[in-house]
Design a protein around this ligand. Structure first.
Ligand SMILES: [Fe+2]
Length: 445
C-alpha cells in the first residue's frame, strides 16, 4: 500500500478533494452532537493499494454466496490467457475439485479493465474451510462456508471507501470471527477513476477472499455518463456480480438470498422502484415466497435511508420509502439497514414515520471510513423514533442466535480499538403472535 505520491495519483487526489468538498458540505458547516468524551476524527487519507503480483497471478479476489451450497469466486488478471479456473479442496495444497467459469472485460473511456473472472464452485459443505487457487497460479487462498443453520454472525459496513479509516474498520472487523459480510452500498469511491476500483479490490482482498461479501449498490457505483454510459454501473456490474439470477431478479442491482435461517434482500436505491417497476414486482414476488418456518428472519439492505435525522441526504430515500415501505411492513421484515449518511443512527420499530411494534428496526450504518468523512449535523431535538445516533466511523455485527433472538452491536472505531457504543437485543417478528396474526392490517394493532 502507499499514500499518494506520483503526479497522476496527485491529480486524482485533487479531483477527489474537490468532489469531497461539494458532496459533503456538512463537513465544513456542520455541528457535532455526539457524546462529549469522544473526539471526532477528520476524514482519512485515500490509500492506493498497488498491484504487486505478476500479470498472470490473481488479484482482487473476492467471494460471494450463490444458492445454498455454492460460492462464486471473482478475481482479476492482467494477462488475457490466464484461465478462468478455480481449483479447491479441504486440505492446503491438495485440490480434489476444479471448476471452469468465464471472464469479461469492460471499457470506460480510455480505461480497459483486466480480465475479470467469475467461477461458481460447489456443492460445498457448510461450516467448512476450503483452500483454493485461481487461474492455476499462486497464492493459495482459503474461505469458510457459512453454517447451514443458526446461529450465524453477519458484519454490516456501509460506505466503505479506501482510506486509512477503511483500513482500521476492516482490521477491527477481522479481530472477531464472523460468517458473512454485508455492504449496503458505496464500495470503492472510484467515482469514474477506474484504477481506484482495482485499488479497492486489492485493499479488501485479504478480507473478501475468506468470507463472502454480499453487496448492493450506492450512488458512488452509478458512474453514468450521458449517451456513452446512460445506464451506468459498468464497473460495479462487471466486478461485483451478485446472485441475482438465482433469486429471479433480472438485474444485478437487486436480489435476495437465504443463509442459515435468514432471508436477506438487497434492494437498489438507484434503479426504478415505483409500483409498476420490475424491482417492485420482483420484491413483491420474493416476499410472497418466504417461508418463515424455514427462514424466520428477514433483513433488507439498501443505500439511501428511509429514516434519517441527519442533515446529510435528508429526504433522499423518501420516494422509495413511499413506494415500498408497505411491502416490507406487511411481510414483517425484521431490520432494514442503509448507508449513504456517514454516521450511525438506529431507529425503533417504525411504520410510516410512527413507532410500530410490527415494523422493521431501521439502522443507518454509512460510516465505514470513506474519504468524504463524517456527517456531523443531526437535527435537534432528535425525532421520537430515533433511539441512538452518532457521527463516528465503525462497523456493526448482527449475531442471529436462534429463530427468536438476535443481538446487534455497533462498534465505533476508537483510535486503535473497536468499542461497542450501541447494542440491542432483537426478537424476530416471525415469533410475535400479534404481528403475525394481524398480517397485513396495521390499523388493528
Ligand atoms: Fe452514498
Amino acid at each position: 500500500m502507499k499514500t499518494w505520491s506520483s503526479s497522476s495519483d496527485v491529480s486524482i487526489f485533487l479531483v477527489l478533494v474537490f468532489f469531497s468538498f461539494f458532496l459533503a458540505p456538512e463537513l465544513v458547516f456542520g455541528s457535532c452532537v455526539a457524546s462529549p468524551e469522544y473526539a471526532r476524527h477528520p476524514p482519512g487519507s485515500v490509500i492506493f493499494t498497488e498491484h504487486e503480483r505478476s500479470n498472470s497471478q490473481p488479484q482482487q479476489v473476492h467471494i460471494s454466496l450463490v444458492g445454498s451450497d455454492h460460492m462464486r469466486i471473482s478475481w482479476v488478471t492482467n494477462r488475457n490467457e490466464a484461465p478462468s479456473i478455480v481449483e479447491y479442496g479441504k486440505t492446503p495444497g491438495k485440490y480434489e475439485s476444479s471448476t471452469i467459469g468465464n471472464h469479461l472485460q469492460y471499457e470506460y473511456f480510455s480505461y480497459r479493465s483486466g480480465e475479470i473472472h467469475h467461477v461458481k464452485i460447489g456443492p460445498l459443505e457448510p461450516s467448512t474451510t476450503y483452500y483454493y487457487k485461481c487461474s492455476g497460479a499462486e497464492p493459495e487462498f482459503s474461505f469458510r462456508t457459512p453454517p447451514a443453520n443458526l446461529p450465524i454472525e453477519f458484519v454490516v459496513v456501509g460506505d466503505l471507501g479506501q482510506t486509512d479509516w477503511t483500513a482500521s474498520t476492516l482490521e477491527h472487523v477481522d479481530q472477531e470471527d464472523y460468517d458473512v459480510f454485508l455492504l449496503p452500498g458505496d464500495l470503492s469511491y472510484a467515482d469514474t477513476q477506474q484504477p481506484l476500483w482495482d485499488s479497492f479490490g486489492r485493499l479488501v482482498e485479504p478480507y473478501a477472499s475468506k468470507r463472502p461479501w454480499m453487496v448492493t449498490e450506492g450512488n458512488h457505483e452509478v458512474e453514468s455518463f450521458p449517451i456513452i454510459f446512460p445506464k451506468g454501473f459498468e464497473a460495479y456490474n462487471a466486478r461485483w456480480l451478485m446472485p441475482y439470477e438465482e433469486s429471479g431478479s433480472t438485474s444485478n442491482l437487486y436480489y435476495s438470498f437465504d443463509v442459515a435461517g435468514t432471508h436477506i434482500i438487497m434492494l437498489g436505491s438507484y434503479t426504478d422502484y415505483e409500483k409498476d417497476s420490475e424491482q417492485y414486482l420482483w420484491l413483491q414476488a420474493d416476499l410472497a415466497e418466504i417461508d418463515r418456518s424455514r427462514t424466520p428472519w428477514i433483513f433488507v439492505l439498501l443505500h439511501a435511508p428511509w429514516y434519517n435525522s441527519n442533515a446529510a441526504h435528508k429526504g433522499e430515500g423518501e420516494a422509495m420509502r413511499k413506494a415500498m415501505e408497505e411491502l416490507l411492513y406487511n411481510a414483517r421484515v425484521d431490520v432494514v439497514f442503509a448507508g449513504h449518511v456517514h454516521a450511525y443512527e438506529r431507529f425503533t420499530r417504525v411504520y410510516d414515520n410512527t413507532a410500530d411494534p410490527c415494523g422493521p428496526v431501521y439502522i443507518t450504518i454509512g460510516d465505514g471510513g470513506n474519504r468524504e468523512g463524517l456527517a456531523m449535523k443531526f437535527e435537534n431535538p432528535a425525532p421520537a423514533i430515533s433511539m441512538y445516533r452518532e457521527p463516528s466511523f465503525g462497523h456493526g455485527r448482527l449475531r442471529v442466535i436462534d429463530e427468536r433472538t438476535a443481538y446487534w452491536a455497533w462498534h465505533r472505531n476508537n483510535e486503535s480499538d473497536s468499542i461497542v457504543a450501541d447494542e440491542l437485543s432483537l426478537q424476530s417478528l416471525s415469533t410475535s403472535e400479534i404481528c403475525m396474526q394481524n398480517g397485513e392490517n396495521h390499523d388493528e394493532l
